[in-house]
Structures are given as structure tokens and as C-alpha cells.
Design a protein. Structure first.
Length: 204
């Protein structure tokens, strides 16, 4: 998958290991955490900017990988650079850009692959395209069970199931702090640009 995130951001977005949420001292708690169905809502303030930086998180132990022992996975919706992003964290390597895919399904509605970024730790997958984030939030807000799958040439297939009841309430503070803004024209992703270059050069 093509990465739209600057390389040095990998350490920022991959900072917490799956199943072990480490306190980030760049934030302070605005008010007590809340629960909404399966979600945990953190009401935080950025210590540098003073702006709200809430997050909504779900942790699951319902995971599988045929070639490795995997225990936990974390789904988080949060703000990054004034826009909402969706982040999945695993406790094993699940893939890398250009040789891995990410797909999801909610309840009994057929799913598909979506554009996502595999960060440099190979354990974190981020959805940051505004249209894809909007569709993902809409889907989970209308469902109860989210199934995600990563497929990689070196890491095999990893599957995780998340209970997402309460998603609409959980992500509301995030969207209030960093509203979804759709670009007027979406540039082609790096992966699609690479494929187009290959076709032009007769490689595909």
C-alpha cells in the first residue's frame, strides 16, 4: 500500500504496542475517560497547542495468524494534523508497503480492500485518506462486528475481530475536534502512481 505519511511519523503513530497502551505525556487529561459500548473514549488536551485531542479505542484478543502467535490488536480513531485517522496496532509484524493489503468487513455486509499505510514498524496500519476514513466510520457506526485482514508476502494473513458497538458515540468527540474535510480533488495514491508508471514503461 502506498504511504502518504512522512517517514518520520512512523514512530509517532506506532508508539503504543498492541494490548499495552502507554501513557503519552504529550497530552493531559481534559476530563475522565468514558465508555461507549465496546469503546474507550479518552478526552485529552495537547500540551503544546492546548487543543482537544480525543481518541476512541477498542482492544481485541480475537486475532489469528497462521505463522505467528498473535495475542492482541488495537483499533484507534484519533486526530492527527487536524484530521481524523484510523490506526490498527498488532503485536506481530503484519505487512509492509508495496507488498501488503488491508481489507475489512462489518457484520454481514460484503467488504473489500481499502487504501491503507503500513508503517515502518510493520505492526501498525493507518487509514488516513479522508474519503476512506469517512466510509470506515460510517460502516462501523452502523454495525456491531468489524473483521479486518492484512495480507502480506512475508507475514502471511492476519485477521482480527473487533466489537464496535457504540462507535458513533465514541468517535463523535474525535470528529468534533478534527472534522472530516473532503479534498476537492484527490491525488492518485503512490501505489496507483507506481502501477501507472509500470504500465507506461511496459512492466505491467
Amino acid at each position: 500500500m502506498g504511504s502518504r505519511l512522512r517517514p518520520w511519523l512512523a514512530a509517532v503513530l506506532a508508539g503504543s504496542a498492541a494490548g499495552c497502551i502507554v501513557q503519552d505525556r504529550s497530552y493531559v487529561q481534559d476530563r475522565p475517560s468514558e465508555s461507549a459500548g465496546s469503546w474507550r473514549i479518552e478526552h485529552r488536551i495537547d500540551r503544546i497547542t492546548g487543543k482537544p485531542a480525543p481518541s476512541a479505542t477498542v482492544i481485541t484478543t480475537s486475532t489469528s495468524n497462521k505463522t505467528a502467535d498473535i495475542r492482541d490488536a488495537v483499533l484507534q480513531v484519533t486526530c492527527f494534523e487536524a484530521r481524523p485517522v484510523v490506526r490498527f496496532s498488532f503485536d506481530i509484524r503484519v505487512g509492509a508497503d508495496r507488498n501488503s493489503t488491508f481489507a475489512y468487513r462489518v457484520d454481514d455486509r460484503p467488504g473489500d480492500e481499502v487504501e491503507a499505510t503500513f508503517l515502518q514498524d510493520h505492526r501498525t496500519v493507518v487509514i488516513d485518506d479522508p474519503a476512506t476514513v469517512a466510509k470506515f466510520i460510517e460502516d462501523v457506526s452502523r454495525g456491531s462486528l468489524l473483521i479486518v485482514r492484512t495480507a502480506s508476502l512475508f507475514a502471511g494473513r492476519t485477521v482480527a475481530e473487533f466489537r464496535v458497538v457504540g462507535a458513533s458515540t465514541a468517535v463523535a468527540p474525535v470528529l468534533a475536534a478534527c472534522p472530516l474535510v473532503m479534498p476537492t480533488s484527490a491525488p492518485a495514491s503512490p501505489r496507483r502512481r507506481a502501477a501507472a508508471d509500470d504500465r507506461r514503461s511496459g512492466l505491467a
